[in-house]
Design a protein around this ligand. Structure first.
Ligand code: CDV
Length: 312
């Protein structure tokens, strides 16, 4: 029996600081309805999809900062998204800032969840690779303070049986790290969902920044091919509070080929019919992990964090 799933990436254009969650959810619902009209069964929304990308500002007031976080999901304001998705019979991935109190300790995570077509939360992931800085960088108009506002995720890279397949997820910067995909591929991942906010000036070095779109594509295509998995990635894009963020939301096949890609930096839906069995060919040949991997030779990957060069 075919395991072909119609998957959509719901790219979102900018969200202004003043936009309310209710306004944002209305846009998400419009994208969900378009997804339904196109026959999509699963929609990938961006990272931190309910608010502006607040890590670009230094916010010292904890109350002001915590207003960007969700203490429950769904909340009163985000519930209409969940209700509409359930009504349409569509599952989704979405990112949000999570304020969690666990064993009496308050945590701040950059989180994503997968919700199935019945409206149940299937899985939760907390972003592990946090880019940027803990302290503002002098002279920058837009900061990237994820290391200040979030702690690294503590849930690993699990995968879940849903959509008649094995599905995993990660968030934005995670997509640049081969370990992210490989840990999920070692659990049989057939689809990896990714939401992102990627400013086009994040290093401040033009030779690097001009390649931001290319590096994004390169990471997704390599991740998909080298791990024989589908990848569906959705941006928050466009000029948000003075910062340009790339679009290029896309669906990549296990062959590494781009099957669908956004052409704007606004709210835009792209979708494709994805055969979850497509990765099997790769998993049985060039990337048959059980036959070809040599983990005994990969020890440094988990033993060493940073580079230690050989002695001269
Ligand atoms: N939200 C992100 O994680 N953004 C990073 C930028 C800052 C490099 C990214 O990897 O796209």
């Amino acid at each position: 029996m075919s395991r072909t799933i119609n998957i959509a990436c719901a790219q979102m254009g900018p969200i202004a600081k003043a936009d309310t969650r209710t306004q944002v959810v209305k846009r998400q619902i419009a994208l969900l309805r378009e997804a339904k009209a196109r026959g999509a069964e699963f929609v990938v929304f961006p990272e931190l999809a309910f608010t502006t990308f607040f890590p670009r500002w230094l916010i010292d007031d904890q109350q002001e900062l915590d207003a960007y976080f969700e203490t429950e999901m769904p909340s009163l304001e985000t519930l209409p998204l969940f209700e509409e998705a359930k009504k349409l019979g569509i599952g989704f991935y979405i990112g949000y800032a999570e304020l969690a109190v666990e064993h009496g300790v308050t945590h701040h995570f950059n989180t994503a969840i997968i919700v199935d077509a019945s409206g149940s939360v299937v899985g939760k992931y907390r972003k592990i690779h946090l880019p940027g800085h803990a302290e503002p960088v002098p002279g920058r108009t837009a900061q990237h303070l994820e290391k200040r506002y979030f702690e690294p995720g503590d849930l690993g890279f699990p995968v879940w049986r849903t959509l008649d397949g094995i599905v995993g997820m990660c968030i934005c910067n995670d997509r640049r790290w081969p370990e992210t995909y490989r840990v999920m591929a070692l659990q049989g991942a057939e689809l990896i969902c990714i939401g992102y906010n990627t400013p086009d000036n994040h290093t401040g070095v033009f030779d690097f920044d001009q390649l931001t779109g290319f590096h994004h594509q390169l990471s997704l295509q390599a991740g998909a091919y080298q791990n024989a998995t589908w990848v569906a990635a959705a941006a928050k894009a466009g000029c948000e509070e003075g910062t340009n963020m790339i679009g290029l939301s896309m669906i990549v096949a296990p062959s590494g080929q781009i099957i669908a890609m956004a052409s704007t930096t606004g709210d835009e839906l792209v979708n494709a019919k994805c055969d979850l069995d497509m990765g099997t060919l790769y998993k049985r040949t060039i990337f048959d992990f059980a036959r070809h991997r040599e983990p005994s030779q990969y020890g440094l990957i988990v033993e060493r964090k940073g580079v230690i060069e050989p002695a001269r």
